[in-house]
Design a protein around this ligand. Structure first.
Ligand code: GRF
Length: 217
């Protein structure tokens, strides 16, 4: 997991993966910010951490850390730096990112954090949600793996919408990482989740703590 912020998505993975769930476990947490809450959460959980610079030389250091910990899947959640190209290439098809909107809408350069939810509210959209997608050189334009819609409510503020979307993110990310890890362990690529064929249903997900998420059927 690479994160620059508070790490609530990391916490969702720490809470639901590993232990009895042998499909996946968080084995390393990296950040470009020494004070990132995500690093504190990792340390509290006893998970190794690594600080990432943004110079090319750090690409080698990051690759070495990923290799040393046997990382098979990289998950970005609020990681605000570009992943070095050498890492994107070495982990092609194995880097997931979670975005707090329904890509391809409300994505791209500068679209992160509060700005995303402000743009959704300004647009008049009645549905927002979370997207998990693969990272490639185009960033927010990688293959979409799964999405989870949530309603936009009258009177929503960016903060209230962000909280509703964030709870859906936590549920979605756990399910997607679990399935991706199982597929990679079987030597199969990470592919978009097909609700019908993949039995991807609400029952698979830890109950998101949202009062009004639209449950995808
Ligand atoms: C999440 O909203 C995620 O969608 C976005 O950055 C935020 C990270 O939040 N990319 P947290 O640090 O996991 O709480």
């Amino acid at each position: 997991m690479l994160a620059s912020g508070g790490g609530s998505n990391l916490q969702a993975l720490l809470d639901h993966l590993g232990g009895r769930d042998a499909s996946a476990a968080v084995a390393l947490v990296g950040s470009d910010r020494p004070d990132a809450g995500a690093l504190a959460r990792a340390r509290k959980a006893g998970v190794p951490t690594v600080l990432i610079g943004n110079a090319g030389a750090d690409a080698a250091a990051l690759l070495a850390a990923l290799g040393a910990h046997g990382i098979q899947l990289v998950v970005l959640a609020g990681y605000l730096k570009l992943v070095p190209a050498a890492v994107v290439q070495a982990f092609h098809g194995r880097i997931l990112n979670i975005h707090p909107a329904l890509l391809p809408s409300f994505g791209g350069p500068g679209m992160y954090g509060r700005r995303v939810h402000e743009a959704v509210l300004r647009s008049g959209a009645r549905v927002s949600g979370a997207t998990v997608h693969l990272i490639d050189e185009q960033y927010d334009r990688g293959t979409i793996i799964a999405q989870w819609p949530v309603p936009v409510r009258d009177g929503d503020t960016p903060e209230r919408l962000a909280a509703r979307v964030l709870a859906a993110e936590h549920a979605l990310l756990v399910a997607v990482v679990r399935r991706a890890a199982v597929r990679l362990a079987a030597g199969r690529p990470v592919v978009p989740l097909d609700c019908a064929a993949d039995q991807f249903a609400a029952a698979d997900l830890p109950a998101p703590a949202v009062d009004d998420a639209l449950v995808s059927t």
